[in-house]
Each structure stands twice: as C-alpha cells, then as structure tokens.
Design a protein around this ligand. Structure first.
Ligand code: PEP
Length: 251
C-alpha cells in the first residue's frame, strides 16, 4: 500500500513562514514519489501555498471542513471552498477539535460524508485519552469512534479514507506509543473495518499513526504491518525533519 505522510501545521505559521516552509520542503522531497506527502497549513495560507505546490507531488490538505454547502454559518468553510482553494484532503475530528471545539462522533461523521461528496479525501482522527488507556478501554473507545465516524459510508468510498490513530496522550507530548501499542490498535481498527466493509477495499485503506512522530521514530513505526503512514504535528513545522519522515526506511 502506498504510504501517506501528512503534516498538520495546526495554528502555526503566518503567510511568509508558510511560504518558506513549503519552498524548503519542496526541494527536500523532490523526486521522492513513493509516498503520498500532504501538508495541512492554516486556512489563510491554503490558496497561496497550493500554487507553490504545483508540480511538486505534495498535496494540499485542510485542517477542518463544515458539512453545509454555503449560507449563514459565520466562520465556517465548506468543501466547495476547500476544493476551489486547492485542497485534495481534509483532516477531520482531530482530538484538539474534539477537546476544544465540541466535535463529536456525529459531527465527525457529517464532515466525513460532506468531504466525500466534494471529492476530498478525509483523514479521520480517532484516539483514546490516558484515562481510557489506563482503564483498558483503548480498543473499545477507538473502535466506537471509527464505527460512528464512518456510519453510512458506502464500501467503495472507504478507499478514499485514511483513519489516523492518534492516542491523545501522545500528541505534542514527546511520548510516542510504542510500535507494538500502535500496531495493536491499528490491527483492531483493520479488523473492525473488515467486519463493516468489503475486504478488498479494507486492504487498501490506510491506517496512519499520529502522536509525537519524529525523524528518529518513524522507521520503527513504519515497519509495523498495519501502520500505513503518519499524521505529524510539531515535526511537520521543520522542513528537514518532516522530509526525513517522508523518506522513512522501515527497520
Ligand atoms: C497531531 O497534531 O496530529 C500530532 C500528532 O501532533 P504531534 O506530532 O506534535 O504529536
């Protein structure tokens, strides 16, 4: 399966910093086309940076989407707007959005379906809190998020989805899940997808890991059979570090 490495810039970079980062990254990953490389800058930079990505093989991603087409929804951005600005992917249900902005499995599901309607590829995030992990509720929590987030999805549409497993306790903390911990959850997600969808499609569905991914841990993570890529936060803000992640070598 072709790996997906996505950089989530979160609420970082002004336009100039975004341009500098893209120009550096473009050079560093040039010709490295065995991986789908995606960046998710803030909304304000998407259109401008999309032009700089033309011909680079790096694709544009948004950090969120609203499910309505247009109208009186102050502050929201529709799928149509994202596509017209150059996006091909969209992150949905990041734990920071669930934690700070009231996202639920139901809103995540609406956003996933809206993204697909617009031809955008969702990167749907799921993950357990530290309390849930310590209470042995990791698999239950994550599988419930996956099931609810993908409700109503047709079998073939699954092919365009990436599920990002991001344990909340590992995001921005420097504390990565061990490759074994991540693989266990990815394997359970894959098992659930086999129960819900057509097997041939599930085989092609990318399940990517996020949570303090860096240049020095990507290789062992990518060696796991069910880890098909990474969603990278902090390390995606440094061109050389992110390029190193894109150029991982499984060990
Ligand atoms: C993220 O924001 O999705 C993330 C995984 O962040 P970090 O890599 O900084 O932990």
């Amino acid at each position: 399966m072709r790996p997906l490495i996505a950089g989530n810039w979160k609420m970082n970079t002004d336009l100039k910093q975004g341009v500098d980062l893209v120009l550096a990254l473009r050079d560093l990953v040039k010709g490295h086309d065995s991986v789908d490389c995606v960046i998710a800058p803030p909304f304000t930079a998407i259109h401008h940076l999309s032009h700089l990505l033309a011909g680079s093989g790096i694709e544009m991603c948004a950090q969120d989407i609203f499910w309505e087409k247009s109208g009186a929804y102050t502050g929201e951005i529709s799928g149509e707007m994202l596509v017209s600005a150059g996006c091909r992917h969209v992150i949905i249900g990041h734990s920071e959005r669930r934690q700070f902005f009231g996202e639920t499995d139901e809103t995540v599901n609406k956003k996933v379906l809206a993204a697909l309607r617009h031809g955008l590829k969702p990167i749907m995030c799921v993950g357990e809190s530290l309390d849930e992990r310590e209470a042995n509720k990791t698999i239950q929590t994550v599988c419930s998020q996956v099931k609810k987030g993908l409700a109503g999805l047709s079998g073939t549409a699954l092919r365009d989805i990436a599920v990002a497993y991001e344990p909340i306790w590992a995001i921005g903390t420097g504390r990565t899940a061990t490759p074994q911990q991540a693989e266990e959850v990815h394997n359970s997600i894959r098992g659930l997808l086999y129960e819900l969808f057509d097997g041939a499609t599930v085989k092609e569905t990318r399940i990517i890991y996020g949570g303090s991914v860096k240049g020095d841990n990507i290789d062992v993570l990518m060696a796991q059979p069910n880890i098909d890529g990474a969603l990278v936060g902090g390390a995606s803000l440094k061109a050389d570090e992110f390029a190193r992640i894109v150029k991982f070598q499984p060990v």
